[in-house]
Design a protein around this ligand. Sequence first.
Ligand SMILES: C[S@@+](CC[C@H](N)C(=O)[O-])C[C@H]1O[C@@H](n2cnc3c(N)ncnc32)[C@H](O)[C@@H]1O
Length: 294
Amino acid sequence: MASSLKSLVHDDSRYQKSFALFLERSSEHQCMRDFIHNTLPGILASVGDGKSHLNVIGVGSGSGEIDLEMISKLCLKHPGVTVDNEVVEPSSQQLHNYRVMVSQKPGLDHIKFNWNKMTASEFEDHWKGNKMTQKADFIHMIQMLYYVKDPGATISFFRSLLDKNGKLLIILVSGESGWGKLWRSFASQLCNSDISQCVTTGDIKSLLDSKGVSYQNYELPSQMDISECFTEGDEKGELLLDFLTEVQDFSKTASPELRTGVLELLRHPDCSIESNGKVIFNNNLGVIVIDQLT
Ligand SMILES: C[S@@+](CC[C@H](N)C(=O)[O-])C[C@H]1O[C@@H](n2cnc3c(N)ncnc32)[C@H](O)[C@@H]1O
């Protein structure tokens, strides 16, 4: 049964506010930075096959901080390359923030940014409609496959764009995270299958396994302080709850039974640990890297 609750992603301003607070309360970007610093260079070493120009596509880039760190590692691994970077992001606010950051950051002259204010599926239609044949060396989808109708089809399309030695990198919450537990219990009530998928790297790995697609995967330990969610009426707690449930105004619009059930599960040892009076939610992420179709 599809959820009758409104998806948070339909209200971009509230979505971006909740996401910004989530970033403040979690080690999300720090654990990605550690991965980018320690592991990504090895993954990117073989992309491009010696070319002097590389094509990158970022899908659901947000305001671009993580994208720029990855591109900087790509350029360090392949000194002297120029880069064409397609940014696919439907939020005008986020795209604006990304553009401002690029305009203020020195040393990006070798990167050409193409701004696509569109969803992944609009980009696919645009690509196919214009019969584009260009290939990409590195494509990434970081924490965005929740917002497409069919994550498997989205992966297949973007994978089909990879050039020889190209890599597709996906980051989502891990199946073993608190998110995975929350969604296994409440997906039918929280996720609207047209716009939000309660999908984890566990689901993507099963899908790839069923198709015989090989991949590498990495687990990134991460935590999120959700203590404010348990203070009734706390504005920040409500924003965090909206982000956790992907539901707009969850506290006000969910049934009392659903609200109680979600809050109980969120502080259950399956999802969180309690330490120094704080409730710390398991926000572990998973990374999946897929090679070009051969
Ligand atoms: C959780 S944020 C992640 C942002 C960034 N990748 C990061 O990790 O900081 C999800 C992003 O996906 C974007 N998004 C939402 N629906 C999308 C869609 N259908 N196609 C592409 N991006 C989408 C949102 O606007 C948002 O910027």
